[in-house]
Design a protein around this ligand. Structure first.
Ligand code: G3P
Length: 309
């Protein structure tokens, strides 16, 4: 658990310089008490989940990905595009991340330009790496190259599948508008694989780099996990580290904490200095409920009956 006194003051200074959240449909900044608060996005492709959160003023953005679009019912890319267009129109002018499905740089740029034409609030989500999974001969820097090309074309981007601070820094240097560290997947992985009798953070290193005798076949950067010696939540540690590094160097790429598993991670990310939290809609719907609020309300309703005529 992160302690508030571990939060460097310059994270606050960086946050104060970030763009204002609350804008009208026309994009005019509104005077609002939480105008500089971290933004809350819904992580979903389902418009029926987005609408009530939007109407309640809880969210000011949406993130999608192919998994979420499939879960929302899309059975073809054409259908997915129609559904994404609807979300983009509902949320305008607030940002909506739409993820590329093409895997080669040239095709990715063409697809990005098509998706960006849906609205000025479109943010193109680009996986930062892993392209070898589709084609072992593919360029390992495909994601960074596309981020850089889209920056040159003035298209907003969200570098996704971020699992270490170096990936986040490289994405920012390529020109990404947002980086999406997946805190939940990292915490899940460590929960399953960390071996308590060994130094914290051993899991990724031993399981991935040393498994099956393929020593150092690929050097993973796991230093950030190893540094969390007390086995604090590795995902929260990652968000904190990126926020501190970006504040150190005045990087305005926004830190978009993603892949939430529970409500506790929300205040922890806010303490860390995350700029945006994208939270699965079902979690977001219920996370501010409290049984004592419900009990208190029952009493108010009951006592109000004394005033009925
Ligand atoms: O925005 C990223 C998010 O959708 C990933 O979440 O739950 O699949 O790890 P999850």
């Amino acid at each position: 658990m992160l302690k508030p006194d571990q939060i460097p003051a310059h994270i606050g200074a960086r946050r104060a310089s970030m763009p204002i959240n609350n804008v009208t449909k026309e994009g005019k900044a509104l005077k609002h008490p939480a105008a500089k608060a971290p933004k809350i996005f819904a992580d979903t492709g389902t418009i029926a989940e987005i609408r009530p959160l939007w109407e309640a003023g809880i969210i000011n953005g949406v993130t999608t990905n192919p998994t979420l679009m499939k879960r929302a019912g899309a059975t073809s890319w054409g259908m997915a595009k129609e559904m994404m267009q609807e979300i983009v129109s509902l949320m305008a002018p607030h940002p909506v991340s739409l993820e590329l499905t093409e895997l080669e740089a040239d095709k990715m740029i063409i697809q990005a330009e098509e998706l960006a034409s849906f609205g000025d609030n479109v943010v193109i989500k680009v996986p930062v790496g892993g392209y070898e999974a589709a084609n072992p001969n593919s360029d390992r820097h495909t994601g960074l190259k596309v981020l850089h090309a889209l920056w040159q074309r003035d298209i907003q981007t969200n570098a996704t599948l971020i699992f270490n601070t170096t990936q986040a820094l490289f994405a920012a240097q390529a020109g990404a508008s947002y980086v999406s560290p997946f805190l939940g997947r990292l915490a899940d992985y460590m929960y399953k694989n960390d071996q308590v009798e060994m130094p914290a953070g051993n899991a990724l290193y031993y399981l991935e780099d040393h498994k099956g005798g393929k020593e150092n076949s690929r050097q993973h950067n796991t230093a950030y996990v190893a540094a969390s010696g007390n086995r604090m939540d590795a995902g929260i540690r990652l968000i904190h580290e990126i926020a501190v590094v970006f504040a150190n160097y005045d990087i305005t790429t926004e830190v978009l904490a993603a892949s939430f598993r529970n409500g506790v991670q929300i205040p922890e990310c806010l303490l860390c200095g995350a700029d945006i939290l994208t939270i699965p809609a079902p979690l977001l719907m219920g996370v501010a409920d409290h049984p004592l609020t419900d009990d208190g309300m029952k009493a108010f309703i009951e006592d109000s009956k004394a005033f009925e005529s």
